[in-house]
Design a binder for this molecule. Structure first.
Ligand code: LLP
Length: 423
């Protein structure tokens, strides 16, 4: 039986396997909680992007924030990807993983001067600039280095991506991008700045988008702008249509990457822009369904109103349920004979918001290992040390092979940067 989202995750007999690896064995060897990712699943998620764009000038820039482990970045670098970064920390990771700086796009509303300098010196391909103020500072920084920063302006197309308000970014009320109406004027200004070279335009309307239509609406507005900006005398080389494609956590049916890109290309060609280089910035859709979070059941706490299944992973390990009330699938890695009952799966952190799943029918006993599904994106990257809990270890599997790609944090790791006051 395969599970939602990933053909690489399936029960064989009573046991859950990722690729050729029995997941419960990994917890026995490496402890719990434990993130496990499949390299095959990541590459299989990338393939339809590359396939749909083949024959066109394009660059798929993996959004590092979704999962920034060096081995994950290395996997995408070796597959030819560029990277979408939002900090000099992410830039350093990309470089450490062997990524090519000339394929790096630097996004984000709040870049510091130091970050701008580092990125120019590293030779990033382009800055996605989000405000006039940022553009002016970037021009100054570049000019002080006797350089020009290649720039694409992130425009806010004011379309509703139909997703959770915290992960919707393309509406007027969001902090992101330059308002649609100000775009032409801002491009005109950009063309006059000494440290700026305009190379493109970009938009990103949100995350976990499960329909094609918001993308088409945003594309139409971007194409209108490209035409107006070029008519104003500023040539636009590439169009970056952002990331945001959703995945299946439960019963969502997002378009596949081929389908989405196919529909976008049709519209781009119909409007006569087929020659333009295209950039995409997918994060979740490349890694989300490639990973699970494994967690051991500590105690069962049946009750009159609610029954709790207390596990050893908490909101510090996986924040999505607590932060967005996000639904993540939860299954037992071993299907035994116990009958299913309804549980709230909760962590050990001292907060009522510390839950991973509510009202889940699960056949479960203390000591079982549960798998939280689709945890490859925005899991480990959003983890914290709240309650002085070391972050989980991370493993990569490929076929029968297993690599430790991040060690479990120890308690001494957690306070090694702290100092007691003098006696
Ligand atoms: N490009 C930009 C400029 C972005 O802001 C993002 C995500 C992406 C690309 C990648 O989007 P994706 O393909 O992964 O949807 N923590 C939230 C998701 C936040 C997304 C932030 N921006 C979650 O766990 O659902």
């Amino acid at each position: 039986m395969t599970l939602p989202g990933s053909p690489f995750l399936a029960y064989r007999g009573p046991d859950l396997f990722l690729d050729e690896v029995r997941l419960s064995d990994l917890v026995r060897q490496h402890g719990s909680p434990l993130y496990v990712y499949s390299r095959r699943a990541m590459l299989a998620a990338l393939a339809p992007y590359q396939h749909a764009l083949s024959g066109r000038a394009h660059l798929v820039c993996y959004a590092v924030k979704a999962n920034s482990n060096l081995a994950v970045l290395q996997t995408f670098a070796q597959a030819g990807c560029g990277f979408d970064i939002v900090s000099s920390g992410e830039l350093a990771r990309v470089l450490a993983a062997g990524g090519d700086p000339s394929k790096v796009i630097f996004s984000g509303v709040g870049k510091t001067r130091a970050e701008m300098r580092e990125a120019i010196e590293a030779g990033v391909r382009c800055f996605n600039v989000e405000s006039t103020a940022e553009m002016e500072v970037l021009s100054e920084v570049a000019a002080s280095l006797q350089s020009k920063a290649r720039v694409s302006l992130r425009v806010n197309p004011d379309v509703d991506a139909g997703t959770h308000p915290y992960i919707s970014t393309g509406l007027k009320g969001n902090k992101f991008g330059i308002a649609h109406e100000l775009a032409v004027e801002t491009y005109r200004r950009a063309a006059t700045l000494p440290g700026i070279e305009v190379v493109g335009i970009d938009c990103h309307i949100g995350s976990q988008i499960t329909e094609v239509s918001p993308y088409l609406d945003a594309l139409d507005r971007v194409l209108d702008l490209v035409e107006a900006i070029e008519a104003a005398g500023v040539p636009i080389h590439h169009m970056d249509l952002g990331g945001g494609l959703g995945i299946t956590y439960t019963d969502e049916t997002p378009p596949t990457a081929d389908e989405l890109i196919g529909r976008l290309l049709e519209r781009i060609d119909a409007r006569g822009h087929g020659q333009r280089e295209l950039v995409f910035e997918p994060g979740r859709s490349l890694v989300g369904n490639a990973g699970v979070l494994l967690t051991e059941v500590l105690f069962l706490k049946p009750g009159e109103q609610k029954s709790f299944c207390v596990v050893d992973a908490g909101m510090n390990d996986l924040m999505r349920p607590a932060l967005y009330e996000a639904y993540m699938g939860i299954v037992n890695t071993h299907q035994g004979d116990t009958t299913a009952q309804v549980w709230d799966v909760v962590g050990p952190v001292c907060e009522s918001g510390d839950w991973l799943g509510r009202d889940r029918a699960l056949a479960v006993q203390a000591g079982d290992v549960l798998a939280v599904l689709s945890a490859g994106a925005y899991g480990m990257t959003m983890a914290s040390n709240y309650n002085t809990r070391g972050r989980a270890a991370e493993l990569m599997v490929d076929g029968h092979q297993v690599w430790v790609i991040r060690e479990r944090e120890t308690v001494t790791d957690l306070f090694k940067l702290e100092h007691r006051l003098p006696a």
